[in-house]
Ligand binder design. Structure first.
Ligand SMILES: Cc1cc2nc3c(=O)[nH]c(=O)nc-3n(C[C@H](O)[C@H](O)[C@H](O)COP(=O)(O)O)c2cc1C
Length: 348
C-alpha cells in the first residue's frame, strides 16, 4: 500500500502521522521539529514546562515563557516549515493561558484532550489554527461538536480517537479497560463517523494507541482511518527530550512490566512498573508539597505522589522516582534512533 499524505485544514504533511504530545518534555521542540522535517505533524507538549524553582512563585508566566521559547525553537529547527502544533490537556489549571500563548505565537494546530475541550474555540477566536479534539467515544465527540457549533459556530478540523491501548492517560474506566476488545479502534471508528456525518463534518479521523510500524499504519488506513497519532514508539527517538537513562529504562522493559494505575489527574494512566509505581502499588504515599497546583483535578492532600515531580524525574533520568507513561507496545522499543529512521520506512 502506498502511504498517503495527510491534510488538516490548510496544513499538509507527506505522511499521515502526528507525533503525539508527550509531557513532561518528552515531546519537546527538537522532537516536534524532527518530525516535521521527516514529513509528519510535530507536536510540543505544553505540560510541565518552565524552571521548577521559578514556577513555585509564578507558575503561569514561567510556563508561558518556556512555551514561547519551545515554539520558537521548533519553528527555527524546521526552518519555518509546517505543521508545528501544541498538545494542551484540558485538566491543566493554565489551560486558557497555554492556548492563548500558542495562538499568539502563531501555532499551526492545537490538539486537546484529557477532558472535553469545550472552551477551546473561545480562546482561539478567529485565528487560523487547526483544532483537533482527542476523544475516546462517539458520545464524547458529540458533546464537543454540538457545543462548538452551538456556542462558537466552529467545527473540529480533525479528530484523534484514542483507543484503550494508548499510552498516558486513558478516557476509559477500569471496568472498560478490563474489556478492551469492546472498545478497540475498529469498533470506535463507526460511532465517530456517525457523529461526524450527523453534524456534516467531513474531517480526517486519526487512530491512536499501540501503533509502532508501517504495518500498523496500513492496518489503520484499511480500517478507514485517515492517519495515526503515535506516542510510545517515539519516546526513544534520539530527539525526544528525556534523559538517556530513562530511554534505556523503556528499552529494557517488556510488555509484562506495563500496568494501569490511578493518576492524580483523576484518570487511569498506563505506566511501567518503575520503583515509584511499585511503592504506590504497595499503598505507600510519597510526601510532597504542592506550590503551584498545575492540575485542576489533582488533590495534593490525597494524591499518592506528585505527577509533575515524577515526570520531571523521568525527564532528568532519576529512574528511582520516575513515572514512565507508556502504551501497550513497549516491546517495540528496541533502540535509540533518529525519528527520521521511522519515517524512512514509510517511503515507497
Ligand atoms: C510518555 C507519554 C506522555 C504523554 N503525554 C501526554 C500529554 O501531555 N497530553 C496528552 O494529551 N496526551 C499525552 N500522552 C498520550 C499521547 O498523546 C498519545 O495519544 C498516546 O501516547 C498514543 O498511544 P501510543 O503511546 O500507544 O502510541 C502521552 C503518552 C505518553 C506515552
Amino acid at each position: 500500500m502506498k502511504i498517503p499524505s495527510l491534510k488538516i485544514r490548510n496544513l499538509e504533511s507527506r505522511f499521515p502521522v502526528i507525533q503525539a504530545g508527550m509531557g513532561v518534555r518528552v515531546g519537546n521542540a527538537e522532537l516536534a521539529a524532527a518530525t516535521v522535517n521527516s514529513g509528519g505533524f510535530g507536536t510540543i507538549a505544553s505540560v510541565g514546562l518552565g524552571d521548577i524553582e521559578k514556577s513555585k512563585t509564578d507558575f503561569v508566566n514561567e510556563s508561558n515563557r518556556f512555551l514561547i521559547s519551545e515554539i520558537r525553537k521548533a519553528k527555527e529547527l524546521c526552518g519555518g516549515k509546517k505543521p508545528v502544533g501544541v498538545n494542551v490537556m484540558v485538566a491543566l489549571s493554565n489551560y486558557e493561558e497555554i492556548v492563548r500563548t500558542s495562538v499568539a505565537e502563531k501555532i499551526d494546530f492545537i490538539i486537546s484532550g484529557a477532558g472535553l475541550p469545550i472552551p477551546l474555540p473561545e480562546y482561539v477566536a478567529d485565528a487560523d489554527v487547526a483544532l483537533i479534539p482527542v476523544i475516546s467515544s462517539g458520545r464524547a465527540l458529540e458533546v464537543v461538536v454540538r457545543a462548538w457549533i452551538r456556542k462558537y459556530n466552529r467545527k473540529p478540523d480533525a479528530i484523534i480517537v484514542e483507543g484503550p491501548r494508548c499510552g498516558g492517560h486513558l478516557g476509559f474506566s477500569n471496568e472498560m479497560l478490563d474489556d478492551m476488545e469492546s472498545y478497540s479502534l475498529d469498533k470506535l471508528l463507526p460511532e465517530v463517523k456517525e457523529v461526524l456525518k450527523t453534524y456534516d463534518c467531513n474531517v480526517p479521523v486519526l487512530a491512536a494507541g499501540e501503533i509502532a510500524s508501517r504495518a500498523d499504519i496500513e492496518k489503520m488506513l484499511s480500517l478507514g482511518y485517515d492517519g495515526v497519532q503515535m506516542g510510545t514508539f517515539f519516546i526513544t527517538a534520539e530527539e525526544a527530550g528525556l534523559d538517556v537513562k530513562s530511554k534505556e529504562f523503556y528499552i529494557k522493559s517488556t510488555d509484562d512490566d506495563v500496568v494501569v494505575i490511578r493518576s492524580p489527574v483523576g484518570l487511569p494512566v498506563r505506566v511501567l512498573k518503575s520503583p515509584l509505581v511499585e511503592r504506590v502499588l504497595k499503598g505507600e504515599r510519597e510526601r510532597f508539597s504542592c506550590p503551584y497546583r498545575c492540575l485542576r483535578t489533582c488533590n495534593p492532600k490525597k494524591a499518592p505522589f506528585c505527577i509533575a515531580k515524577a515526570l520531571l524525574a523521568t525527564w532528568s533520568g532519576d529512574t528511582e522516582n520516575s513515572l514512565f507513561m507508556t502504551g501497550c507496545n513497549v516491546d517495540a522499543l528496541k533502540k535509540i534512533m533518529p525519528i527520521q529512521d521511522f519515517f524512512d520506512t514509510l517511503k515507497d
